[in-house]
Design a protein around this ligand. Sequence first.
Ligand code: FES
Length: 248
Amino acid sequence: MTSADENKTEGTPIPIFIMGKRYLVPDSLTIMKAIEHAGYQFIRGCGCRGGICGACSTVFRREGDYKIYSGLACQTVVQPNMHLAQIPFYPALRQRYDYARAEATAETVHALYPELFRCVACNACTKICPMDVEVLDYVSALKRGDLDAAARLSFDCIQCGLCASRCQGEIPQNHLAQLARRLWGGKLAPRASHLRQMVEAIASGRYASSLAELKALDRAALKKAYAERQMEPEMAGEDWRPESDVGL
Ligand code: FES
C-alpha cells in the first residue's frame, strides 16, 4: 500500500493486523473495506455488503485484551491494533430432508437434530450473534417443540453461523432455526388471503395488457415510465393500490 493509496479514503491511518500481518488503514473503514484497502480481494466471505447475507463473519481481538470479539466484516468499523481473521464458512452440520414429506412437528426437528438436547443454556450463542437474535430463546422453544415461537424468534437470523462456532454442545443453531422457519412458514402459518387474491388476479389475465404495453417500450421509454411510476406512500395501508390498478 502506498501513501497515495492511503489518501484516497478519508480517515486517520491506524494499524490493524490481518491474519497476523500489520497494515495501516483509514479508521473510517469497515473491516471489509479495510481488508480490501490493504490489498486483499474477497473471493468468498463477502456477499451483500449490507449486513443481510451473513457471509462475512469475522473474529477479532483488541490489543492487550484476551477476549475474542466477533462481528460482520461489512458492518464493523476497524479499531486501532485490531487483530482479525475471517470465518468465511463454519462447517456446522446441515441435515438433508424431503421438505414435501416432512411433517411440521417437533418430532421432525428432534429426529433431524437430536444434538439440540446437548444445549447447556450457556447463552454463548446469543452473546455472539451479530443480529442480536435471542438464539438461546429459540433453541429453548425448539426443545419444547414450539415451532411458531422458534420461527418468530429467529426471523432476523442471517445464517452467518457464529452461534454454532461458539456452542459447547456443538449444535448448528442457525440450521435448526432455518428448518423451523421453513416448516412453520410453509406448513403451519395461516395463508395470506391478499397473496392468494393477487395470484388469482394475475392468473386471470388482469395485468396481461399492461405487461404487453411495457414489453413494447424501448429502453428509454421504459426508464421514463419507471421514473414516473406512482410510488407507494410511506404510511400506505394494506388496501393501498396504484391509481392504474383501481377499477381493474
Ligand atoms: S457481506 Fe453480507 S452480511 Fe456482510
